[in-house]
Structure formats: C-alpha cells, structure tokens
Ligand binder design. Structure first.
Ligand SMILES: CC(C)(COP(=O)(O)OP(=O)(O)OC[C@H]1O[C@@H](n2cnc3c(N)ncnc32)[C@H](O)[C@@H]1OP(=O)(O)O)[C@@H](O)C(=O)NCCC(=O)NCCS
Length: 158
C-alpha cells in the first residue's frame, strides 16, 4: 500500500471511482478545483494500481472531509478505513480541532465506516445531495481531534 499526494495525473482514475460510486458524481472540474485550492488530497495505490482517494479542506478550527472513494472491487478490505485514518492524522498534525463531513442518508457503508472511526451524527442537511431525479438529505457527522499535536510539534521547547 502506498499513499501519494493526489495530482492531475490521477484525475481519470479518480473519475472512474467517482462515477461508479455516486448517483450524481463530481465532475472533472470539481476535482481540478480541489487541487487548485490546495486541499489536502491523497491517492492510495496497491500493487502500483490506483485504488482510492480522499480530499479534505484543512483549517485550524474545523476540517471538512469533502470526498473519499475506494475502487469497487477493492472495497471491504480495510482500505477506506486506512485512508480515512491518514486524513485524520493530517488534520490533527495541522492543529484542527475537529473534522466534519456529510454523508447521504442512504449510504450505509460510508456511515458505518465513519461511525467505526469515531464520527458522531450531529445533524441533518435537508436536500443536500442531488440525484438524477430529485434530492437526498445528508447526515452531518463530526469527530473531535486530539488537542495540541501541532503545538507539540512546532512549539515544544524540550
Ligand atoms: C465508503 C467506502 C470509502 C468504504 O471503503 P472500504 O475500503 O470498502 O471500507 P473498509 O473495508 O475500510 O471498511 C471499514 C469499515 O467500514 C464499514 N463498512 C465498510 N463497508 C461496509 C458495508 N458494505 N456495509 C456495512 N459497513 C461497511 C465497516 O464498519 C467496516 O469495518 P469492519 O470491516 O470491521 O466491519 C467505500 O465503500 C466507497 O468507496 N464507497 C463509495 C464512495 C462513498 O460512498 N464515499 C463516501 C462519501 S460520504
């Protein structure tokens, strides 16, 4: 397993996963926009094959997990969990106090993953996601992060 920073060369593989995952997938432009904005974005490779990605907007108050996806035939092997843990570490190291995310109310596998890693449901956003026809609500989930990792890294005098 190898984690790399996501870049433009990964876009077609990311889109493949996105399109097999979502009823109303992000477009190439959405992903390019994330890269241009400098969001923290990881690619996961297994045996030199691209198998997953995750994108997060990091800020000191609250980081926002924007997207995560694992190739369909590689799901259920612990890869999504491993990738999510890397994102959590990155947010902690940058001094974020918490991570929030939205998840479709019908997306049981993602919901269970977040719950397993310690995210809690904190609310609902009505009609948050587009569907080919109509809209779907989202649960908002949040996880508080360990305090002070960044201050230990950068400001510890010992
Ligand atoms: C959600 C997703 C990233 C999970 O990745 P994954 O690699 O399949 O998940 P893992 O194998 O790491 O599973 C970790 C935990 O998640 C939960 N989980 C994963 N798949 C599940 C499923 N089909 N049903 C129920 N729980 C599931 C379980 O708690 C699991 O732990 P366990 O194996 O000890 O039971 C993957 O299903 C995916 O890419 N889905 C499409 C994209 C998507 O929905 N992204 C989330 C947008 S909010």
């Amino acid at each position: 397993m190898e984690y790399k920073y996501l870049d433009y060369s990964h876009l077609s593989s990311v889109l493949e996963i996105e399109e097999e995952s979502n009823p109303y997938p992000w477009t190439e432009l959405n992903f390019k926009d994330c890269l241009e904005k400098g969001y923290y974005s990881l690619a996961l490779e297994k045996d030199d094959l691209f198998v997953g990605f995750a994108i997060m907007a990091i800020s000191s108050e609250e980081s926002h997990l924007l997207n995560i996806g694992i190739k369909k035939e590689q799901r259920g092997l612990g890869l999504g969990e491993g990738l999510l843990k890397k994102m959590i570490i990155a947010a902690e190291v940058m001094g974020s106090k918490k991570i929030i995310l939205e998840v479709r109310i019908s997306n049981q596998s993602a919901y269970r993953l977040y719950e397993k890693i310690g995210f809690e449901e904190i609310g609902k956003r009505k009609n948050y996601y587009r569907l080919p026809e109509g809209r779907e609500d989202a649960y908002v989930m949040a996880k508080s992060l360990k305090k002070g990792i960044s201050s230990k890294l950068f400001f510890n005098k010992n």
